[in-house]
Design a protein around this ligand. Structure first.
Ligand code: NAD
Length: 278
């Protein structure tokens, strides 16, 4: 089996509570590699954020039960709101109580708020909420969980192509994702001495609820159809198609495992060639 060393590891993935999402695909992959997984997501909160469906407690429990059965690992669904310090502290307490340590942390939770806007017209509340989930969420969760990573390990922070290449009318998300890359690099330097590697991933266009909603928003904004927006987008991707959550999960498993043992502080693109850098 590839990534043999992931067997018996404890992995926590934030925002993994929807079967359609990247977080779920990551949990599935790590469980398939033999890791015990914690599915941490909103669960009991509102049904949607800014127009995108959120995880429910029922779906999270079903996911955990299915992963445990399919892969013969321990899979736990725990509630988490990355914008709430108390919720983050509760999560850390429960992981400590149940497992005593953590080996792999995937900061994947993300959300958009508001409507497409230029910076000078951006709604302040939407700006603050978007930055809070996508940037401060990574800070809060890492701060609470790094103390449990006593045996070394790997942290993977989800940035985005949008963190490197400026999208139009989505400034808060892009700014937060760019900051996640710098946060990753700072953490990588600070934690290297403790045997912890920290890398970011920068997916391009991956078909999930978030991506569908973004295409819907853009179609309304540009007065066209979702199909037309997707067709236009695919023209900008050398591989000519939108990516799949499972393809992101492959990269995360590589970064979580010792196969990437000499990599830290990197922000790895996964964009079908849409983003190419020297
Ligand atoms: P998604 O909407 O399917 O998943 C996001 C998850 O985060 C959901 O399960 C949601 O419940 C959870 N979440 C939202 N707010 C939260 C909060 N306050 N606390 C805890 N959990 C919360 O979207 P996705 O496309 O799977 O996105 C996963 C990550 O990948 C995000 O960080 C996103 O920004 C990033 N990303 C996605 C794409 C893409 O094309 N889909 C591209 C680049 C980066």
């Amino acid at each position: 089996m590839p990534y043999e060393d992931l067997k018996g590891k404890i992995a926590l993935i934030t925002g993994a509570g929807k079967r359609t999402g990247i977080g779920y695909a990551i949990a599935e992959k790590l469980a398939a590699c033999g890791s015990d997984v914690v599915i941490a997501d909103l669960g009991g909160g509102p049904a949607e954020a800014g127009g995108v469906r959120l995880a429910t407690g029922t779906e999270m429990d079903e996911i955990a039960a299915a992963l445990a059965e399919r892969h013969a690992v321990t899979a736990l669904a725990l509630p988490l709101d990355v914008t709430d310090r108390g919720s983050v502290a509760d999560l850390a307490g429960r992981v400590k109580e149940r497992f005593g340590r953590l080996d792999v942390l995937v900061n994947n939770a993300g959300a958009f708020f508001g409507v497409p806007s230029t910076i000078h017209q951006y709604d302040e509340e939407a700006w603050l909420k978007t930055i809070d989930v996508n940037l401060h969420g990574v800070f809060r969760v890492s701060q609470a969980l790094v103390p449990l990573m006593t045996g070394g390990g790997s942290i993977i922070n989800t940035s985005s192509r949008a963190g490197k290449f400026p999208p139009l009318f989505n400034g808060a998300y892009a700014t937060a994702k760019a900051a996640v890359i710098m946060l990753t690099k700072v953490m990588a330097k600070e934690l290297a001495g403790q045997g912890l590697r920290v890398n970011a991933i920068c997916p391009g266009q991956i078909m999930t609820d978030l991506e569908k909603w973004r295409f819907e928003r853009e179609a309304a904004f540009f007065q066209t159809t979702v199909e037309e927006r997707i067709k236009e987008m695919c023209k900008t991707i050398p591989l000519g198609r939108i990516g799949r959550p499972a393809e992101v999960a492959e990269l995360v498993a590589f970064l979580a495992s010792s196969a990437s043992s000499y990599m830290t502080g990197q922000a790895v693109n996964l964009t079908g060639g849409q983003l190419m850098e020297l």
